[in-house]
Design a binder for this molecule. Structure first.
Ligand code: HEC
Length: 194
């Protein structure tokens, strides 16, 4: 056995031996080091590109964009028909939700900005006086509950903006469970089978 101190660079055996296996302190092969350092450098650029500076579109954002584009395309196919499906699709299209947010300013006096309710009920809990399915919410906003102080909004803003504000309610309020006015009404019931 050679003396490691006299042969720098030669394979050097560690002092220990385990189950008959001797470990050598070899220099790691170049191809291995290149993959290691390559991965380190790549991860640095990857991180800078996707997570630090807003140069690249973060994957989550591009995924959102894709979903929004797909929802808009499917919505276009459905035309003007109002169904649970079309309203849900609308709630996934940012342009519709943004338009609905504008309309929502007319509702905040009674439902509050964050939908947690004051004169009108909390729209973020899981209970609904008039039903929580998209078409039920739409129908309440369209026709109102005049006896209780909720107007028939189709007469005020027209059906297109009613659809937008319902998209906003579905996207930004429904199910968010914000503390506020105590829940009123019943849990949402599933749509009847067609
Ligand atoms: C003047 C007050 C007032 C305004 C403004 C108002 N609401 Fe209401 N809203 C109410 C009241 C009161 C009720 C509860 C009706 C009832 O008890 O049957 C209600 C109920 C609702 C419901 C049904 C909730 C449930 O539990 O079934 C929805 C959805 C709703 N409002 C959405 C809207 C939207 C969207 C707007 C704006 C376009 C709006 N409201 C504007 C007072 C208002």
């Amino acid at each position: 056995m050679s003396d490691p101190h006299q042969h720098p660079g030669a394979d050097v055996a560690f002092e220990h031996e385990y189950d008959g296996i001797q470990e050598y302190d070899n220099r790691l092969p170049n191809w291995w080091l290149i993959t290691l350092y390559g991965a380190v450098v790549f991860s640095l650029f990857y991180w800078l590109y996707y997570h630090s500076y807003s140069i690249g579109t973060p994957q989550e954002q591009s995924w959102r964009n894709e979903m929004a584009a797909q929802a808009a395309a499917e919505l276009a196919k459905l035309g003007d028909e109002v169904t649970d499906e079309s309203l849900l699709l609308m709630s996934q299209v940012p342009a519709r939700v943004a338009a609905g947010r504008e309309v929502w300013t007319q509702c905040v006096a009674c439902h509050l900005e964050n939908g947690s309710g004051s004169i009108g009920p909390n729209l973020t809990d899981d209970r609904w006086i008039h039903g929580g399915r998209p078409t039920q919410i739409w129908s309440t906003v369209m026709n109102g509950v005049p006896a209780k102080g909720m107007q028939a909004w189709k007469e005020v803003i027209g059906p297109a903006r009613v659809r937008d504000v319902v998209a906003y309610v579905l996207a930004e309020l429904k199910g968010k469970n914000r503390p506020g006015k105590a829940p009123e009404g019943e849990l949402e019931t599933p749509a009847p089978k067609q």
